[in-house]
Design a protein around this ligand. Structure first.
Ligand SMILES: NC(=O)c1ccc[n+]([C@@H]2O[C@H](COP(=O)([O-])OP(=O)(O)OC[C@H]3O[C@@H](n4cnc5c(N)ncnc54)[C@H](OP(=O)(O)O)[C@@H]3O)[C@@H](O)[C@H]2O)c1
Length: 299
């Protein structure tokens, strides 16, 4: 019998890709929730901070597993609007966990590498979280709630990127600047492991069939600065790397502190879920194939 999967934030970048993957697999029966109706990937328009409305959705669909993606992930806004962030990033996790606990269901919670402080780098699952900003603190609070459940998996991705027509992920920001011939200031001192959205969704799908609990890094295999990442994309795509302007994070005038040396090791997730992150070359080729022909900068 098909496994019933509820996705919160199914209209978002990760959500819509995961929704489409599961929808086309007869082993899954997927139901998407988002606060707005978005291109055939949202089955119920609900604000997840509306407890009553969410409980009705949960009772109605009665999922076996919940993939909880919906969150306020604008790091600057989280720092400036903490009460709102609590309502969006902590209260819904509590509500979902309460329901999962009462009904013996599993939650897959998407956290972030921002639970780390970016001091030593090369973080794995044994490293102690120490978030520098409110977004990371709320992700860590969510992890604590979910990790008390009998059935749970927590994934910590970072810089999720890929082709997304109307999206604002790092790749798309760079693409748009290139298209307009405009410069883009990119931090040269933020090191992390960018995560390809399709790899992340494949990993997420594997966690749905896994009979185990745990917290895992879920980041791509290669560590690099955001600047180096932008340059690699430009080199592969044949874009103008002179439009990439390296800047130090401290000069960006951001309110929320960013972890700098936040390289991570996702060996545990890859071994546990029998999964491989793709090489950058394969990923960039895949993105190129997904770009609309008239959106390409080349040919
Ligand atoms: N993208 C990354 O680089 C990255 C890195 C690490 C961790 N993560 C985590 O991964 C998860 C998915 O990320 P993503 O990039 O797919 O985010 P996203 O594109 O912002 O998608 C989240 C979706 O959830 C919706 N949503 C937010 N609050 C909601 C609410 N109260 N009720 C109903 N729907 C709500 C959003 O709607 P609106 O668009 O209207 O807000 C959006 O459609 C998030 O939890 C994020 O924190 C992301």
């Amino acid at each position: 019998m098909a496994k019933k999967i509820l996705i919160t934030g199914s209209g978002g970048f990760v959500g819509k890709n995961l929704y489409k993957i599961l929808k086309s697999d007869e082993n899954f029966y997927v139901f998407g929730v988002d606060r707005a109706s978005k291109s055939n990937v949202v089955d119920a328009v609900v604000d997840i901070s509306d407890k009553q409305a969410m409980v009705e959705v949960l009772r109605g669909f009665n999922p076996d597993e919940i993939v909880h993606l919906a969150a306020l992930s604008d790091v600057e806004k989280c720092e400036q609007e903490k009460e709102l962030t609590d309502r969006q990033n902590i209260a819904p996790v509590k509500m979902l966990a309460e329901w999962a606990n009462q009904n013996d269901k599993k939650i897959i919670f998407i956290s972030s590498d921002y639970v780390f402080d970016g001091v030593k780098g090369d973080f794995d699952e044994s490293a102690c979280p120490n978030p520098l900003q409110y977004y990371g603190q709320t992700k860590l609070a969510g992890e604590k709630i979910v990790s008390a459940l009998k059935n749970h998996i927590i994934l910590r991705p970072t810089v999720i990127y890929g082709w997304d027509d109307n999206g604002m992920n790092f790749f798309m920001q760079l693409y748009r600047k290139q298209k307009e011939g405009r410069e883009m200031r990119v931090p040269l001192d933020q090191i992390s492991n960018p995560t390809y959205v399709m790899d992340f969704c494949r990993l997420l799908k594997k966690t749905l069939s896994a009979a185990l609990n745990g917290t895992f890094l879920a980041t791509g295999n290669e560590s690099m600065s955001r600047y180096d990442f932008a340059v690699k994309i430009c080199q592969f795509m044949g874009w103008n790397k002179d439009l990439i302007i390296p800047v130090e994070t401290k000069l960006l005038g951001q309110v929320a502190r960013r972890p700098l040396l936040n390289s991570t090791n996702s060996k545990a997730a890859q071994e546990t879920f029998q999964f491989q992150f793709n090489s950058l070359e394969n990923i960039f080729s895949d993105i190129l194939a997904r770009m609309q022909p008239n959106s390409r900068l080349l040919n």
